[in-house]
Design a protein around this ligand. Structure first.
Ligand SMILES: [Mg+2]
Length: 226
């Protein structure tokens, strides 16, 4: 499956490099956002489900302003503590062997709607292999609309610019639709990662969007053939 012209790989973090326990819709305890900002009490009484790839924009549903960075940082801290204490996330064992090999022949970028703290925690020194790292909390402070978050294409476009490559020379590695959409908007192909059962694959098929996905990867060793 040799792919001509792929000189840069843009990785998502969660469920691509980091394994999550449980379903794609993680149930997050209400105390994660309790007492923060204008979060509405009626919404705090229920269990919150946040998709990992869209958790910041989802907060608007619960009365939290997704452009309020101070509040987002508190939520991110609580999420991080919760995830770490419950061992819900850990790096896939293959990453430490395969990522350094990829870095010898490709430019690597990381684009995640998760925070830099999680990226550092999970990847450790492997984070240095990425030439560009875009997380929700390293977006410039004057970006009121948090435009770098997927499914907006801004993060992908910023990476292309910083790596000085054309869209057709990059490939996005994603487990969720938000990243595939971001890639589509930026003119970059996406590979849907299905290391485990991935509900997004059936979602894409049911929506008739198969042509948005360049290929489906089920074995991490296939990364070395890109
Ligand atoms: Mg993901």
């Amino acid at each position: 499956m040799k792919r001509e012209g792929v000189s840069a790989l843009i990785f998502d973090l969660d469920r691509v490099l980091v394994k999550w326990q449980g379903s794609h819709d993680s149930e997050i305890p209400v105390n994660i956002i309790a007492g923060l900002a204008e979060a509405r009490p009626d919404n705090l009484a229920r269990t919150i489900k946040l998709d990992d790839s869209d958790w910041i924009t989802s907060l608007a549903k619960y009365g939290v302003d997704p452009t309020d960075r101070e509040t987002l940082e508190k939520i991110d801290d609580r999420l991080f503590t919760w995830v770490m204490s419950s061992s819900r996330a850990e790096i896939y064992p293959w990453v430490s062997g395969i990522l350094p090999k990829l870095a010898k022949t490709k430019k690597l970028a990381l684009l995640t709607n998760n925070g830099i703290k999680s990226a550092r925690h999970h990847l450790g020194n492997l984070l240095d292999l990425f030439q560009v790292v875009k997380t929700w909390d390293n977006v410039p402070i004057d970006c009121k609309d948090i435009p770098l978050l997927k499914p907006a294409p801004d993060g992908v476009l910023a990476i292309l610019q910083e790596l000085k490559i054309k869209p057709e020379a990059a490939l996005i590695l994603e487990d969720s639709m938000s990243g595939v959409i971001a890639g589509k908007k930026a003119g970059v192909r996406s590979a849907l990662v299905c290391w485990e059962d991935n509900q997004q694959e059936s979602l894409i098929k049911s929506l008739g969007l198969e042509e948005w996905v360049f290929t489906i990867l089920r074995d991490p060793n296939d990364l070395l053939e890109l």
